[in-house]
Design a protein around this ligand. Structure first.
Ligand code: APR
Length: 256
């Protein structure tokens, strides 16, 4: 990693009034949570998304789908925010103490940004830690600390209102939560520095949000150990793991 680039980006952070950070699964990789498309250990290297992450898959085999998501829920609960999550949360706090703003938008469903102390995180793809009634959409967060007793789990079990429980995540073919998407597009259109962190930028509409920042004249930075299909759209690229890069950026931007 070229030190001058890190120093240049840190100077941009120190001067920015409004930063947006968009994260993907790579930001949680150093917490031990597998990404989706990393060739070696990505989740999708073993399964086809359509087998597990669609309403049709849930309809066809709710036990398989809910068991797979429950395993991911437990792995998220057992994981810890990594140095990258923590540095991003500290950046947000520091900027806010100066009357500035840092908006965290994530495609991740593990709530690790929140557990690192980040506020008002915009979850574009929902959360694994919240489940909901499959018909009523009623949210349920007080779920067992360990695996559900049986699959598929039920909501209001044994009552006339009994229904299947499903993870409160966005499946392929489903719309994103309107309020989170609206707020994310608003913030991206107003920022002056935009980071894309740990995402392969292949899933829309999340992948297209950077275009709003570019239209707003923001400087854009991609943080990813490898190139993505959108790398050429970014003003700067920091080729490395976010758990190493963000603590360095924090230290360089606010050395005290
Ligand atoms: N730090 C930063 N980036 C990393 C790290 C790391 N330590 N390790 C891997 N990466 C990068 C990979 O190079 C890859 O570009 O993280 C990216 C992960 O990409 P994906 O696995 O495609 O995950 P993501 O972009 O978040 O997927 C988007 O697709 O499957 C759906 O809903 C799911 O939210 C997910 C969406």
């Amino acid at each position: 990693m070229a030190q001058d680039t890190l120093e240049h980006i840190a100077a941009l952070i120190a001067q920015a009034d409004h930063i947006v950070i968009m994260t993907g699964a790579g930001a949680s990789k150093e917490s031990g949570i597998p990404t989706f498309r990393d060739a070696l250990d990505g989740l999708w290297s073993k399964y086809e998304p359509g087998e597990l992450a669609t309403p049709e898959a849930f309809e066809k085999n709710p036990a398989l789908v809910t068991q797979w998501y429950d395993e991911r829920r437990l792995s998220a609960l057992q994981s810890k925010p990594n140095a990258g999550h923590i540095a991003m949360a500290k950046l947000q706090k520091r900027l806010e103490s100066q009357g500035k703003k840092l908006t965290l938008i994530t495609q991740n469903v593990d709530e690790l940004h929140q557990r690192a102390g980040a506020k008002d995180v915009l979850e574009l793809h929902g959360s694994l830690i919240t489940w909901r009634g499959a018909s009523t959409g009623e949210k349920q967060r007080n779920l067992p600390e360990d695996a559900f007793e049986s699959y598929p789990p039920k909501h209001r079990e044994g009552t006339p209102q009994e229904e299947l429980l499903r993870p409160d995540v966005v499946w392929f073919g489903e719309g994103l939560p309107e309020d989170a998407l609206q707020e994310a597009t608003t913030q991206a259109s107003q920022c002056n520095l935009y980071f894309s962190v740990g995402t392969s930028s292949v899933v829309w509409p999340a992948a297209g949000i950077v275009d709003l920042a570019i239209k707003a004249g923001a400087t854009t930075v991609e943080v990813n150990p490898t190139e993505t299909i959108l790398s050429s759209e970014y003003d700067h690229v920091l080729r490395g793991p976010s758990g190493e890069i963000f603590p360095k950026l924090l230290e360089l931007a606010f050395p005290d």
